[in-house]
Design a protein around this ligand. Structure first.
Ligand SMILES: NC(=O)c1ccc[n+]([C@@H]2O[C@H](COP(=O)([O-])OP(=O)(O)OC[C@H]3O[C@@H](n4cnc5c(N)ncnc54)[C@H](OP(=O)(O)O)[C@@H]3O)[C@@H](O)[C@H]2O)c1
Length: 277
């Protein structure tokens, strides 16, 4: 399997398909990530919040692949927006992953009630300048949060990782990202499995002779987004990578986009303010 790459605004290439690791417990993360690498994934998404960075790092080391063949993303946890805390937390991420650098480091949530994401962004800019992150970005940022980064920061985020799936298609955020050279990355791309039961997805999968998840993931990649499905199931990890040898026509693309219900599976970025996890 060869995954297409997208060029970020600083020239770094990101594989368009990555492997998500949220809710993978540390004891099974190593095996799942190793299997994903074996079947051809070259991009893995972890976070301080997931408490599985060390297991991801083990899989990277044990994969037999050169470090520069792999793309590793992690994210700053919510408690660490203050400048000093952000640096200390990033150092722990490198220690836990047992690597000299990450390919992408994101602010996990903007936490608007705390109001310190611009300060955190300053720390990420310094980390980028130090060479220990090849690219930096944000996650769960709405346009009005990004406005502040663009006016008060010096570096334009390379990526905005947000919830996107057929029931929550995020046209406004995607349009804002595109207008500012920010690549959009889709988390919960399968709506945590829930969107697969939608009758329109079932019909399209039947017509195309593909699985439900493949139809949905193909829709994401044809929109031009990076996509990071998670699975703990070896067969599904293989299935979810089988999305580069077929296409949805314009009618099928529109039919999936039309399923939008404005329905999130996760928190709203304007309301998520927990710093205790
Ligand atoms: N930045 C953020 O705030 C944020 C938030 C959430 C997630 N993320 C990232 O995005 C990644 C993906 O999101 P997610 O894990 O929330 O949800 P997801 O990838 O949309 O869905 C995962 C769920 O779908 C099931 N599944 C996977 N492949 C399937 C298939 N082929 N057929 C049927 N069911 C399938 C999985 O079950 P099994 O595991 O049992 O196979 C799991 O229950 C995360 O792992 C994480 O890396 C980021």
């Amino acid at each position: 399997m060869t995954t297409p790459t997208i060029t970020l605004n600083n020239g770094v290439q990101i594989p368009q398909l990555g492997f998500g690791t949220y809710k993978l417990p540390p004891e099974s993360t190593r095996d799942a990530v190793l299997w994903a690498f074996e079947v051809g994934y070259r991009h893995v998404d972890t976070a301080q919040m997931y408490r599985n960075e060390a297991a991801v790092g083990r899989a990277v080391r044990e994969s037999g692949l050169a470090r520069d063949e792999l793309f590793v993303t992690s994210k700053l946890n919510n408690a660490y927006h203050p400048h000093y805390e952000a640096h200390a937390a990033f150092d722990r991420t490198l220690d836990d992953l047992d690597t000299d650098y990450v390919d992408l480091f994101l602010i996990h949530w903007p936490l608007p009630a705390l109001g310190r994401f611009v300060e955190a962004w300053g720390a990420l800019e310094e980390i980028l300048a130090s060479g220990r992150a090849r690219a930096i970005g944000v996650s769960n940022f709405q346009p009005h949060h990004l406005d502040r980064i663009l006016t008060e920061g010096s570096v334009v985020p390379a990526v905005n990782q947000v919830e996107i799936h057929p029931w929550f298609v995020q046209q406004e955020v995607r349009a804002y990202d595109a207008a500012h050279g920010i690549v959009t990355e889709a988390w919960s791309p399968l709506g945590r499995g829930r969107v697969l039961e939608d009758p329109a997805i079932v019909r399209l999968a039947d017509d195309l002779g593909r699985t439900l998840a493949q139809v949905v993931l193909r829709w994401h990649v044809q929109r031009g987004d990076v996509v990071i499905p998670k699975s703990a199931t070896p067969e599904r990890i293989v299935e979810n990578a089988g999305i580069f040898a077929f296409e949805l026509d314009a009618g099928a693309m529109d039919a999936v986009t039309a399923l939008d219900r404005g329905e999130r599976t996760g928190s709203s970025p304007d309301e998520e303010n927990r710093t205790d996890r």
